[in-house]
Design a protein around this ligand. Sequence first.
Ligand code: ASP
Length: 437
Amino acid sequence: MSDEHQKKAGSGSGHTLLMIGAIVSALVLAWCAPAFAVSLKLGGEVFLRLLMMVVVPLVMASVMSGILGLGDVRKLGKPGAVAIGYYLTTTILAVATGVLIVNLFSPGVGLDADSMMDDMGTTEHHEKLDNIEQNEEGPKNIGDIFHKMVLMMFTSNLLKSMVEGELLPLIVFSIAFAGLLTTMGSRSETMRTLIVSINDAMMGFVMLLMKFAPIGIFCLVTSSFGKFFLEGDAWAKISSLGWYMATVLVGLGTHAFITLPLILWVFTKRNPIQFYKQMSDALLTAFSTASSSATLPVTMECAEVNAGVSRRSVEFVLPLGATINMDGTALYEAAAAIFMAQIYAGVNPDFTFGFTEQIIIAVTATLAAIGAAGIPEAGLVTMLIVLNAVGLPTTYLPLILPVDWLLDRFRTATNAFGDSVGSAVVDESFPAAEGTT
Ligand code: ASP
């Protein structure tokens, strides 16, 4: 790490304390004065918009400048393979953890789901379910899902993808475009300088934004928890779904506190505790925004400035990771689908739910997580893919809606941490002389 980086990293812990203070006081306010807490929504919305505003230009500029930094696109080979290998391995490990824990805890076995749904079926949740069902065309088999995912990578209209924030085709374009620039020698020099300076300016903007993050996060957290407490039956929802929530949280905890740190330590010899501290602003932002895409600018800033991961690895691994590497979402989708299968099997003896179905859930949950966008509750939409694949009805989806927004925060933080560990692991695979910026 350079001196400048160390100085910035040193000031990071005070900022993290401020962020934690903001979250804790936001929770207290939401509990004591929920109506007032909800009225602070505007502040949170502004912060979220500012973060989202930089995502598209930041992703394009950072992926391009990451590729330009490689000098020769052919050198992408090893780090590229390591990154894809990392994304796949960790997602599969996460799904396996989800499947294992939900089978161990069996939160859906013997649950009186019908009476719980009578209590919980608010209009808002029904509307949400209708929206989810309309948005998802419901591919019927793994071939369909694969087909859909391949198409998600390519766009026929670059500007439309920018407007709609579809990051995957933008990343594909950025890699191809910057790769081409690297082959044009001096003819592309102006363009290269421009891209690198846009990228620097974007990161500068993010740093500025982070100064206001504690206020933004305070407003975001207090207004969403305030709304939850205002509904009155908040504790009833939490306690009736307590075992299910505990199952998901233990699964996410296992992945975030055992699997990922172990991978980090084995492949990079970094101290995991220190790494958590270095990435803490990103994790808290992920918890507060429930969006990997909105968190991406902060994750990049923390990884490079606080954790000293090389800029080329940060720019190469994190934007792609925020879009396709979602360990928390994959784990959650598998666990939630099996939870619903456990309930369904209890009321419908004809429904067979054996080893094969569990494997199908594991595979489709992996694909569904890759396909999920990095926005709040996106995992809920792609969960229909998983339910469809094993013939589960969506009847029990409303059951998990009241607490999904809460679990979403934990899985988004897991997603962001998985990406961060990935940037450190892939960093090791760059040729030594080019590992620094
Ligand atoms: N909110 C998650 C994310 O942005 C996606 C999801 O699991 O719903 O990472």
